[in-house]
Design a protein around this ligand. Structure first.
Ligand SMILES: *Cc1c(COP(=O)(O)O)cnc(C)c1O
Length: 364
């Protein structure tokens, strides 16, 4: 069976036990040396001045929104095809999500739709670099700046994606990462981080992640909570960070092989294989998705759908249709997307096996 994800290769050859042991021997488990060093190293990797580690990627989004001043009742623009994470954060601060449609090719935020939504006078926009591919972030950030809209990048699938040597996470006012085990940079449990060039925003988020404290037991800002990365996860992430670019390259190579093999097939492949894509997910669009997925499963290849239900149709928060623009491309994509296995350590034979089975499905 070929899984969709595997973190085995990215964990088994590194001496992660030694990283954990170091922490145990030091007997300091929360907000210590490992966290401080990881924050420095990760900020440097992204090319920004501040990194504040937190408990997970969703908290990172929520605290980032609070950090740039989003409050109850404010409007926040986002897309509806990115797994509801941004929506969870927007609802958590009591703000209102305003969904805009995606571009049919990239499946990231449509620039024209974003521009039109500026008329709603939003406080912020969350731009998701979906599947590991940089969104049209430079253009979005330019328009947002002119409209005084804060830009929050969701980089939870895009650690290391870059354009002209600028990395995902260095374009917005603030950017969020998840270190969930299957992400391009994954911990041995939950973890997350916010990065920013702004000293003020960084200060706010540092207080918010720890009860709103400016110092011990002194609550200086409202909306605080406990959301910290622990020392063991920070130690593991420090050990793994130097390998990230290599793993991204492996993912990209797999994506390129799939793209070559599938050209001419009735499925739409990702049309990008440069540094702007770190292949967190290799997603194709196809008609009759269920038949395709079942055939692959019968042939020992696991797939998944990222994501089947658009945010505006989730039962818990279903919104009146008129509250958003038309989300035609979003809804079409939710019907057609399917993710194929793509992870570092996937062998040539496994990639070949996936290609063979897809060929068989199309009788090619
Ligand atoms: C994984 C993910 C998140 C959430 O991260 P958690 O650490 O699981 O909370 C947010 N946004 C995107 C796009 C993700 O893929």
């Amino acid at each position: 069976m070929i899984p969709l994800f595997s973190a085995v290769a990215a964990n088994k050859d590194l001496n992660l036990l030694a990283s954990v042991q170091r922490v145990i021997e030091r007997h300091w488990y929360v907000l210590g040396e490992e966290v401080a060093e990881f924050e420095k190293e990760f900020a440097q990797y992204i090319g920004v001045t501040n990194c504040i580690s937190v408990a997970n990627g969703t908290d990172a989004l929520e605290l980032a929104l609070r950090g740039v001043g989003v409050r109850q009742g404010d409007k926040v623009i986002t897309v509806a095809n990115a797994g509801f994470y941004s929506s969870t954060a927007i609802h958590a601060v009591g703000a209102v999500p305003c969904y805009v449609d995606v571009d049919a090719n990239s499946l990231t935020m449509c620039l024209a739709a974003f521009e039109a939504a500026l008329a709603l006078k939003p406080k912020a926009v969350i731009v998701t670099h979906l599947y590991g591919r940089l969104a049209e972030i430079e253009s979005i950030a330019r328009l947002a700046k002119a409209g005084k809209v804060a830009v929050v990048e969701d980089c939870a699938q895009a650690h290391g994606a870059a354009q002209n040597d600028r990395k995902a996470g260095s374009f917005g006012d603030v950017a969020c990462f998840s270190f969930y085990p299957t992400k391009n940079l994954g911990a041995l449990g939950d973890g997350g981080a916010v990065v920013t060039r702004s000293t003020e925003v960084a200060e706010q988020i540092r207080m918010l992640r720890q009860y709103g404290w400016s110092q011990k037991y002194k609550v200086a800002v409202p909306g605080g909570r406990n959301s910290r990365l622990d020392e063991m996860q920070a130690a593991v992430l420090r050990t793994k960070l130097p390998y990230l670019d290599g793993w991204n390259e492996q993912r990209r190579e797999i994506a390129k092989r799939y793209n070559q093999a599938f050209s001419g097939f009735p499925l739409q492949c990702p049309q990008f294989t440069g540094k702007e894509y770190v292949a967190h997910l290799y997603v194709v669009q196809i008609e009759n998705r269920d038949a395709f997925r079942n055939f692959l499963k019968e042939n020992a290849i696991l797939t998944d759908v990222h994501y089947p239900i658009p945010d505006h149709k989730q039962a818990a928060y279903a919104l009146p249709a008129e509250s958003n623009g038309k989300l035609e491309k979003t809804e079409q994509a939710c019907e057609k997307v399917v993710s194929l296995p793509c992870y570092p350590g996937m062998t040539d034979e496994e990639v070949e096996q996936v290609i063979t089975v897809v060929r068989m499905y199309f009788n090619k």
